[in-house]
Write a protein that binds this ligand. Structure first.
Ligand SMILES: Nc1nc2c(c(=O)[nH]1)N[C@H]1C(S)=C(S)[C@@H](COP(=O)(O)OP(=O)(O)OC[C@H]3O[C@@H](n4cnc5c(=O)[nH]c(N)nc54)[C@H](O)[C@@H]3O)O[C@H]1N2
Ligand SMILES: Nc1nc2c(c(=O)[nH]1)N[C@H]1C(S)=C(S)[C@@H](COP(=O)(O)OP(=O)(O)OC[C@H]3O[C@@H](n4cnc5c(=O)[nH]c(N)nc54)[C@H](O)[C@@H]3O)O[C@H]1N2
Ligand code: SF4
Ligand SMILES: [Mo]
Length: 758
């Protein structure tokens, strides 16, 4: 039977009508008397309309979610949600949402499905995975999920099954800055935009690619603190529009400007020598390397005027240490992200803004915070460990080269699933279990993803829609949306320890389940149940809370619990307040700070501006260097993408309210380029390269460089099931070639394209 009659929620009022279908353990009804039915009330929870996961307060009237606001206890978020966060109920009650497990009955991707019961779905998956294990070994199965709470349970299943091949989306998004931070600081680092007086931004699209706390931080800096914002962006983004200065930098050349800023800081003696002396390893080698990276040199590559680079470096240094060079978020502009993101960090290190207001800082989780305080200010979370997990001997498919060793722990090189499946590199994969991931849209080279999914023996997708990727699965498991499920307590600590928790807001619609339950029940069917000893989410939460029910109830009631006051180790006023508040606190240094306690988890214990460790794992890269990259052929235009404020990646294009707001992504073209191609505003165009061909519409605007075209990502879905999104706009993933960047393993979202009018 065809999909439209079978899988969609039928009829109106489904939000309440089908509630009786599923009631699972650990539901909100079991939690400290929080009610969801009857009178109007608000439930504190966590948004999942994007992976920023902001704290929310969801209003429920007569069992139905009617409104979503920010949780006003979370001050940095300003009690607000973005447009997508506010559209959560439109997704929840969307008639096209999946509410029943599906089995493919036609060719892969043909869109022919049969509804099945959970039990049958589990039986099919268990039988297939157990037979693949027997024939090829458990490593022949890859497991992938967007990182976060959902990934934890799926990857636990992978471990119990015996496969080392688990992947998050990291190489399509933050891998570059995470790997660069690991190399330089020994761990991830955060940015304190809200207290900054001078912010230099290289394509961090915070007013469209929204992260409520950071977006508000930037707004606060600009509006309340009169911070100066300098933006380098190939197009006139909303951030560029709100900036004091905008430079239309050539795509992929940011590193030249950053290195030139470092050059000026060193040559003109503007850097913080005392900081460098105390905390930095490898400064001499770095300084020697950047000697030749003059502003004139940077101008010749990036089109940013040398005199402006010099001036900006001086202004930035004058605002130090309450100034920051933003290290960005989606790090897929060039294959040399490792050098770019390390350079961005270097520009911060040179002005000594680490652990200062408005600069960069390390997260202060409870264990660290308590150590400084000399007492238990905040509870720590326990991690449920499981004994006697099987030993995994097989190597990961991406563990082919030492240069990638800084990424393995954080999610692997996602796109190697394609190489292992299609080219048996380094060995053959036979199955892919994916959850909350839509690689057809969000990896690169859609055709290669299709070929991969067609070649595999078995594909499972856990999603809330028949996404473009789920459309090629053998079995689709419908997860309950975030408003219908409970999850573990999550650590959201920043300058002080903070916890929050996702709670079920309304009863489950249709025959859906939360993913923690799905993977546990599947494990049971695979005879791996012993590795999932918890009964339900409440058991897990209690375990996490070390059975401290008052803590657990507080997190559930308030939805956002913060302990102590913000602490930055080198900020005198904060340290003095801290010492005054906690009688057993570590004593401050003579200068009133905790500067002497600042250590880095690198081999030298210092910030490694240049690094022997990196040199050993990736020869020639110990010292940050400019390396030329050809991102396009000479007769092509650069093709770049970004987020739009009303959609999330490849996820929300079918959500009714958001689809109404925007369903197509017109291609931005400069009038000079459009003129030479005889293209007018609104014309139908073909955009193509060696990877793929797309059709769309031209948006002619001076807000983009003449050598560059731009489209908001996530549109142009090609499967027929997403009726509000299918065929609308340009599919970006179909125009981006498959690649794996050195050291960071990143995909590349900049490509060369040609355009013609059709
Ligand atoms: N061309 C291009 N590609 C890009 C980018 C770009 O700018 N340009 N951006 C990159 C970035 S930054 C990222 S983070 C990645 C993101 O790419 P992905 O990790 O693939 O994430 P999303 O597209 O956000 O969502 C993936 C899927 O999750 C499903 N989903 C939503 N909620 C739930 C849920 O509660 N449970 C389950 N099981 N599924 C759910 C959605 O329906 C969707 O199919 O894309 C990257 N890809
Ligand atoms: N509304 C909305 N908010 C989101 C998301 C979403 O999908 N929608 N996704 C969330 C996720 S997963 C993430 S990772 C973040 C992403 O946050 P960002 O990384 O800030 O978002 P993008 O829009 O992908 O930003 C890329 C920007 O860089 C520009 N750009 C492209 N190439 C270059 C280049 O070579 N140099 C410079 N300087 N700029 C370049 C693009 O024009 C674009 O404006 O947003 C998060 N918030
Ligand atoms: S940024 Fe918006 S969509 Fe993303 S989690 Fe926050 S409120 Fe939700
Ligand atoms: Mo992302």
């Amino acid at each position: 039977m065809k999909l439209d009659r079978r899988t969609f929620i039928k009829g109106a009022g489904i939000g309440t009508a089908s509630c009786a279908l599923a009631s699972f353990p650990g539901s909100i009804a079991a939690l400290g008397g929080v009610k969801v039915k009857g009178s109007a009330e608000s439930v504190a929870s966590i948004c999942e309309m994007c992976s920023t996961r902001c704290p929310i307060s969801a209003r429920v009237v007569n069992g139905k979610n009617v409104f979503i606001m920010g949780n006003d206890k979370a001050k940095a978020f300003g009690g607000a949600v973005c447009a997508r966060g506010g559209a959560g109920h439109s997704q929840l009650y969307d008639k096209q949402r999946l509410v029943k497990p599906l089995k493919r009955i036609g060719e892969r991707g043909a869109g022919e499905w049969a509804e099945i019961e959970w039990d049958e779905a589990y039986q099919i998956i268990a039988k297939k995975l157990n037979s693949i294990k027997a024939e090829y070994g458990p490593e022949a199965v890859a497991f992938s999920s967007k990182s976060g709470s959902l990934a934890g349970h799926l990857f636990h299943l992978a471990k119990a099954y015996g496969s080392p091949n688990t992947f998050t989306h990291i190489t399509t998004c933050p891998g570059g800055y995470v790997v660069a931070a690991n190399a330089m600081f020994g761990s991830k680092i955060k940015r304190d935009l809200s207290n900054s007086k001078y912010i230099i931004n290289f394509g961090h699209n915070l007013y469209e690619g929204i992260n409520m706390s950071e977006t508000r931080g930037l707004m606060k800096a600009q509006m309340d603190k009169n911070a100066k914002l300098v933006v380098f962006e190939p197009r006139f983004s909303v951030v560029a529009d709100k900036a004091d200065e905008w430079f239309a930098i050539k795509p992929g050349t940011d590193v030249t400007v950053v290195l030139a800023i470092c050059h000026v800081l060193i040559k003109d003696n503007l850097y913080d020598k005392a900081f460098v002396e105390q905390y930095v390893e490898g400064f001499e080698d770095f300084a020697k390397e950047v000697e030749s990276y003059t502003p004139q040199w940077a101008e010749s590559i990036s089109d940013v005027p040398a005199k402006d680079i010099v001036r900006i470096a001086h202004e930035y240094a004058a605002a130090a240490p309450h100034a920051v060079v933003d290290y960005g978020h989606r790090t897929t502009f060039t294959t040399e992200e490792f050098e770019l993101r390390r350079s961005l960090y270097a520009a911060n290190v040179l002005i000594g803004n680490i652990e200062r207001k408005g600069g960069l800082y390390f997260g202060k989780k409870a264990s660290t915070y308590n150590k400084y305080a000399g007492e238990t200010v905040a509870p720590t979370l326990a991690k449920p460990g499981v004994k006697n997990l099987p030993q995994i001997n097989a190597k990961r498919i991406d563990m082919v080269d030492e240069q990638y060793s800084l990424i393995w722990s954080s999610g692997g090189i996602y796109q190697t699933i394609l190489d292992a499946t299609l080219d048996a590199k380094p060995y053959q994969l036979h199955a892919w279990i994916m959850s909350r991931s839509n690689p057809m849209q969000t990896m690169t080279d859609r055709a290669r993803v299709v070929a991969t999914m067609k070649k595999l023996d078995f594909v499972v997708s856990c999603d809330i829609y028949i996404s473009e990727s789920a459309a090629y699965a053998d079995i689709i498991l419908p997860e309950s949306t975030y408003l219908e499920r409970d999850e573990e307590i999550a650590d959201k600590s920043s300058k002080n320890p903070t916890y929050y928790v996702r709670q079920q807001v309304v009863e489950t619609i249709g025959d859906t389940k939360p993913s923690w339950l799905i993977w546990k029940e599947l494990a049971d069917k695979m005879s791996l149940g012993e590795y999932f000893p918890w009964d339900n989410m409440n058991t897990l939460q209690l375990f996490q809370a070390n059975k401290d029910t008052s803590f657990l109830n507080k997190v559930k009631q308030d939805g956002w619990v913060s302990y102590g006051k913000p602490l930055l180790l080198r900020e005198p006023s904060m340290v003095q307040n801290f010492v005054a508040q906690y009688p057993f606190a570590k004593p401050a240094d003579d200068d009133g700070t905790y500067a002497s306690y600042l250590h880095f988890k690198t081999p030298s214990g210092k910030i490694e501006l240049s690094s022997n460790k990196v040199e050993n794992m990736a020869p020639g890269r110990g010292v940050i260097k400019y390396r030329e990259v050809a991102l396009k052929k000479s007769d092509e235009l650069f093709f770049i993408q970004g987020k739009v404020a009303v959609h999330t990646n490849g996820a929300t294009q079918n959500v009714p309210i958001l689809a109404n707001l925007m369903s197509e992504n017109d291609v931005w073209i400069n009038p000079i380029t459009a003129g030479s191609l005889n293209i007018s505003h609104g014309d139908k165009i073909k955009i193509y390269n060696d990877t793929g061909t797309e059709e769309g519409r031209a948006l002619v605007t001076p807000g983009i460089r003449p050598d560059t075209v731009f489209a908001y990502m996530g549109c142009g879905s090609k499967n027929k099931e997403l009726t509000r999104a299918t065929g609308k706009g340009v599919h970006c993933g179909n125009l981006l070639p498959h690649s794996i960047a050195p050291v960071t393993g990143m995909t590349l979202h900049t490509a060369g394209v040609k355009i013609v009018k059709i």
